[in-house]
Design a protein around this ligand. Sequence first.
Ligand code: PLP
Length: 453
Amino acid sequence: MTAAGTRGAGLGGALLKPRVGAAPEVFVRGEGVDLIAADGRRVLDACSGVGVTCLGHTAPSVVARMAEQAAALPYVHALRFETPPLLELAERVVERAPEGIDRALFVSGGSEAVETAIKLARQYWLERGRPDKWRVVGCRPSYHGNTLATLSAGWHERRRVRHAPLLLDFAHVPAPDSYRGCERCQSDTGCTAACADALDELLVELGPETFSCFLIEPVAGAAGGATVPPAGYLERIREICDRHEILLVADETITGFGRTGRWFGVDWSDARPDAITFGKGISGGFAPLAGIGVSESIAEAFIDGSGRFEHNFTMSGQAIACAVGCAVIEELESQRLVEQVARRESALRASLETLLELDVVGDVRGRGYLFAVELVADRASKRHFDPSLRVAERAASTTLEEGAVVYYGGGGISRSGDFLLVMPPFTTPVDRFDELAASIRRGLLRLTSELAA
Ligand code: PLP
């Protein structure tokens, strides 16, 4: 069953109007790592929604904790008051966060978290008596959210294009690209840590005294397609940020809370960020929850300065959402799921790499349970498909018809081409990875015969 023609349906496209054309499937239940559609069809959720449902769709302990908190106290205004789950979650997050992250603040989603980080970096420099430091550097491509400031900081071509000119003219450096090499490296064999020097060059050219922070994704997600940075890159970035006195903010919205096989994506490097943002996995999909973590020295600048971070959202630190975060972390720990992701990464990779037998698959890459399958028109030249063909989007649809939900990105309009994102729940039985790869294979074969016709 679909939502076609249902009044009020179709938030994805036709806001609150009857949907025209293809409609999304209506899912009514989740069981383990499967989604059950209204017509009874069962499919494998191979993308955790979009990197969210790390525990799958069945987690009785999380549901119980939610109900308990809803009954006790759902909400107080977190700008003035605190609740036990808010305090507990801050402690749990800081305990597991990269070394040097000592305080946490909670919001409702990744975009809010990154927006908060941008404002925090700006106010931090004001507190330090440096009012000219407000600009942000991001990577191209990258994705940091859908508000105007976060779209400006990131570079997700498809999501930016209809909103240009954006409100803020932030600067960008090429993101490392392990498949084609970035614009700066232009290397067929992928980037090296030297591509970090693009940041140094840009800051020198534009004046580091005007910049507040550099935003990175520890592993690229929705725009870059699971690109893992080259060894040494993050350490080199850290050194450049220190030298030019700009804050390094790691956007861990996708990578945080175990997605890459460690608690945080930066834990794969020796670089320690000044701030992190997180979202998605910490909620397990049970409540809107995200947040930011900062170093004690950043907090001290506020405490010794104006005494207040001038920023809040009504739903920041909502008590039920914080209770969910605590319960999700407890499950990740009691089932040792982060370690399991690290251990089983090779099994997921091996299943997905069988897809390289297909001419249309140019690259399989990723870390932990965050993988991309890049689709190319010509494997030898790594040529993109014509963007008007919407190959990745169509491949996600044919894969769904073949039994698995995957996400799509790229679209040939930026350097990163069409790709499918594969981000299974951490609880996925290992013997289902072959089933997942088989669904993608059948989906791609259907698509290629459609394209040939
Ligand atoms: N940052 C990163 C790295 C993301 O991947 C996303 C979402 O995909 C966001 C920020 C935005 O998060 P949200 O969609 O929860 O606002």
